[in-house]
Write a protein that binds this ligand. Sequence first.
Ligand code: ASP
Ligand code: CP
Length: 313
Amino acid sequence: MTRSLLSAADLDRDEATALLDAAVRMHAVQSREVKKLPPLRGRTIVNLFFEDSTRTRSSFEIAGKWLSADVINVSAKGSSVSKGESLRDTALTVAAMGVDLLVVRHGSSGAVQRVASWVACPVVNAGDGTHEHPTQALLDAYTLRGRLGELADRHVAIVGDIAHSRVARSNVLLLQTLGARVTLVAPPTLLPAGVGGWPCETDWDLDATLSGKAHGDVDAVMMLRVQRERMTGGYFPTEREYAAGYGLSPQRLDLLDEDVPVLHPGPMNRGLEISSAAADGPRSVVLEQVQAGVAVRMAVLYRMLAGAAEGAA
Ligand code: ASP
Ligand code: CP
């Protein structure tokens, strides 16, 4: 396993598969009465979050605790960042306390890589700007594998605000590594510059994609949040028009076979990119994704901290 996990591209097919297999074993802990395994006893993990999170931060915390690590949360709000302390000084200060692994989320693309270059311990990227969110891609792959089996030659449509989505980029990279095919669907204004060089197809027509007319049958659909907090201009005329063109409405669900899973990384804007019928319906695997988040993060922490020592031994 790589020393730090900064990008989905850090994982080759063998490593990604090994992580997903380990996550299957970790998942069993979730249904046990006593949810505690010993391998990370005596290890200290810090969640260093400069941007808000519900799922990622709490699942890393639960994952660390179920593996018996001590997990400490440090967020920008309430830290000395508000007194003007720099990212470098904050990271070095936290790391100097004898931390074994840092989990870092930051609003700027590339910031987590910078942190990894400054500190001596391994770093996991929990989302940096519009760049990457590799453990999200792993939990999505885990969820997809649970529904579809092996992902080679499977076709996944990723729909919505691709331009501002670190989830989309990490998913495209990991799904390609696992042999799947991806079609990105968005209005032209929400496709990132340079997407032509990404290993996937693109389209503006959601109905043609979901019906299979444009790119062949779709095996899974991943809806992405419209990331208003990252938008500086007008990317679409009105929310109503966005929902009409790109929202997963009850009518659009009918274009999909009954066994096509619908994913969303969360948080969801209900009524905008996804209808409640899609979010809560039988195709939805949104809460399975959340469950997978704990198992996958246990696997990542285990392989980065205990796995290396085990290998050496
Ligand atoms: N929670 C995911 C992220 O932090 C997706 C989103 O916010 O829309 O990237
Ligand atoms: N999917 C995801 O990263 O959610 P949070 O922003 O709540 O962590």
